[in-house]
Design a protein around this ligand. Structure first.
Ligand code: LCS
Length: 416
């Protein structure tokens, strides 16, 4: 009897806390306010940030409470693979920032990608996919999902006519990365979604290169947006992780089921660090993209640079679309030197400040060679088809002083 009363009192307290959260909710606030406050819950000590609930499991009040949690009749947490307060805080923040129904945090960006594939595709079903996407996002379809009867057609999704002609009777998903890694191609999300929806095809957008600060695919018509949070969202090169936000509850539940059953969950410490990084996303991105514009202009004018792709440059073939669809141009640059691969190698071997490393979107500037690094797992034919040439060098502009970034590139280019 006494235990039951305690249970009711606790539920009342939870309801009151929820009510307070609803009153203080950030849904109608500006983006920066959301970055700082969305997905934060008061605990009994009034912590300024959501604490790390480093626990694998959660005790039930009694047998009925346990049964109610499993039946979805009570909000309580059960087991960290299924849900955890620290992880939920980050998921709720991301759902709010991407204007979706709910967020699902995952152990890595690839876990986000594969959970979405697993949830939305089945045997003898078909996915249409941007050809130039992060190597493993393509490789896992070619080498692994193909073994379970999933069919894939890779196209240039920037060319809308290719989308229309690639869709078949059994197509379930149109998967877009925009801008693409590493070729910086931009797909018109609104127009692509309109085509896909005419054929009852769901649209998934990998928004890693833009972050929700610069682009909100769900607002443009997509059904699911995902991120490698390893990049801009966490931004400090100390966490690997991913997140998925769906527009509709039914799709969200399907993906959550796949993620939970396959065990691709984020861990509480990862979620804590990621939400800490997330709070400064806009100021990091503002600084990085301002510098990226200057670095891009410097490279474009350099006599040893043969070509450059940065959405902020007028020379980018989809500069106008980038201006329409994105609220900034982010800080990723791809370019090729006149001496091709050898010249690129000399450049990479001679930079000092810029770190020769994969990953991107962090506070530090990174340089890498996709054909032999991030996209080495793709077949040479796949790379050729996706326009990932051997001479392509990718640069992720960080938040160091831009004069130092340019002078580092300048001294390395002098050695080419
Ligand atoms: N989507 C995009 C666009 C990515 O760039 C990456 C990783 C992923 C998904 C997968 O995320 P992860 O599992 O690594 O968190 N991109 C990387 C890159 O370009 N260099 O190293 C990793």
């Amino acid at each position: 009897m006494f235990l039951n009363m305690l249970c009711y009192l606790e539920r009342l307290l939870t309801l009151l806390q929820k009510l307070k959260y609803i009153i203080m909710n950030t849904k109608n606030k500006g983006f920066n306010t959301k970055l700082v406050h969305a997905g934060s819950y008061e605990d009994q000590f009034g912590s300024a940030v959501t604490p790390i609930y480093q626990t694998s499991t959660f005790g039930f009040k009694n047998a009925q409470h346990g049964a109610d949690c499993f039946a979805g009749k009570s909000d309580g947490f059960i087991y960290t693979r299924i849900g955890n307060p620290t992880i939920k805080a980050f998921e709720d923040a991301m759902a709010e920032l991407e204007n979706g129904f709910g967020g699902i945090a995952t152990s890595s960006g690839m876990s986000a990608v594969t959970s979405v594939y697993m949830a939305l595709l089945g045997q003898n079903e078909h996915i249409v996919c941007s050809g130039s996407i992060y190597g493993p996002s393509r490789g896992v379809l070619e080498q692994d999902f193909s073994r379970f009867g999933v069919q894939t057609t890779f196209i240039d999704t920037a060319d809308l006519s290719q989308i229309e002609s690639a869709i078949k009777e059994n197509t379930k998903v149109l998967y877009i990365e925009t801008p693409t890694n590493p070729t910086m191609q931009i797909t018109d999300i609104a127009a692509a979604s309109e085509i896909a929806h005419k054929h009852n095809v769901l649209v998934v957008v990998d928004n890693t290169f833009s972050s929700p600060y610069l682009q909100n695919p769900l607002d443009l018509g997509a059904d699911v947006v995902l991120h490698s949070i390893t990049k801009y969202i966490n931004g400090h090169a100390d966490v690997v992780g991913g997140v998925i936000v769906s527009k509709e509850e039914a799709i969200h539940n399907k993906i959550r089921h796949a993620m939970v059953y396959m065990g691709g969950n984020m861990d509480p410490h990862q979620a804590f660090l990621t939400q800490r990084g997330l709070k400064t996303l806009s100021i990091r991105m503002d600084k990085a993209q301002e510098s990226a514009m200057k670095v891009a202009e410097y490279l474009e004018a350099h006599p040893k640079v043969e070509w450059i792709k940065y959405p902020g440059l007028k020379s980018h073939p989809q500069h106008e679309l980038a201006k329409k669809q994105m609220r900034g141009f982010s800080s990723m640059i791809s370019f090729g030197l006149k001496g091709g691969l050898e010249a690129g190698r000399t450049l990479m071997d001679n930079v000092h400040l810029s770190m020769l490393a994969v990953s991107l979107g962090g506070v530090e500037s990174l340089i890498q060679h996709p054909a032999s690094m991030t996209h080495a797992g793709m077949t040479p034919e796949g790379r050729a088809e996706a326009d990932i040439t051997d001479g392509l060098v990718r640069y992720s502009v960080g938040i160091e002083d831009v004069e130092d970034i340019i002078s580092d590139l300048d001294q390395a280019l002098a050695k080419v």
